[in-house]
Design a protein around this ligand. Sequence first.
Ligand SMILES: Nc1nc2c(c(=O)[nH]1)N[C@H]1C(S)=C(S)[C@@H](COP(=O)(O)O)O[C@H]1N2
Ligand SMILES: [Mo]
Length: 305
Amino acid sequence: MSIKGVSSVIDCPLDDYSVNSVPEIRDSVVAIARSVLGDAWFRVEYENSEPIGYTHTLHRFRLLIDNDRYIGARAVVRGTRFLRVLFTIPFGYGYEPRASLSMYKPDADLRDTSKHVEDELHPPSGQVYISIPIVYAILGVPQADVSKWSLQIEGDVDNPAEFNIVDLYELGLVEIETSFHCVTGWSIRRMMFTGVPISKIVELVKPRGVAKWVYIESLDGYTTIIPYDDFNRERSIIALEMNGKPLDILHGYPARLIVPHLYGWKSAKWVSKIVFTNEYKDGYWEALGYHPRGNVALEERFKQN
Ligand SMILES: Nc1nc2c(c(=O)[nH]1)N[C@H]1C(S)=C(S)[C@@H](COP(=O)(O)O)O[C@H]1N2
Ligand SMILES: [Mo]
């Protein structure tokens, strides 16, 4: 867990819970907080609401512990369905959950394998086109010394490997054209990325049959997770160049992942480690309720989509 100022996240999925207004959501958050966290906090404050695409809204509240510390509450709502609330517990706060919460099981969220059209240049609804990608660096832009940098591949593989930048160039690069979609609702229409096909890496390291997931780690401490079958797609690459030029530091130099059919948060920048594993583990955004797969065509923005 490396969410700024947060020691843990308490995820409370809700079943068949419908809400119609922000005050109603606030009252529900208060009731859930009382049953899960007890009443060590004394007041709830509304922070803001943010549309996530056209399908979801994220409502943020603060449960004040004292005058300058609070437990964050993030309520995820789709239409009138209240899907879950996530409490972010600050460091230094001795929290003991009252209710026992079940472990998140991703398989239910991966059920939809319906034949959808994966047209990466023309995504479905819920996205607005802009012309320049917005730079995201939720944990800051790391120092990248390319002479020391390498990409490590490990976990359930026959041949763990480590590639420096020269090794990657020598594996042979391909160029793909794709559009790029951030889960918050913006897309870029045509981008060119050049990099090493994931299929090439897979061929070399030979993941074992048990590897259902691919856990990604970056230099900045950012992490994300991708189902193996989505990671190992024909058009997935370790990108070294964007629009014909080496990546600049803001966009992930020396290397970033590009998985065209998944939302942008799966395309980790400054990537440093790829772990093949049979065990699901939340990455940064998944811990805050975002979807284990994040397929754009299926609008998989949040868990329990
Ligand atoms: N290491 C790292 N990778 C990251 C992020 C981040 O904050 N840190 N943000 C993700 C998100 S949410 C998006 S939409 C894309 C944005 O890519 P860009 O900054 O090149 O526009 O990067 C993804 N990869
Ligand atoms: Mo994003």
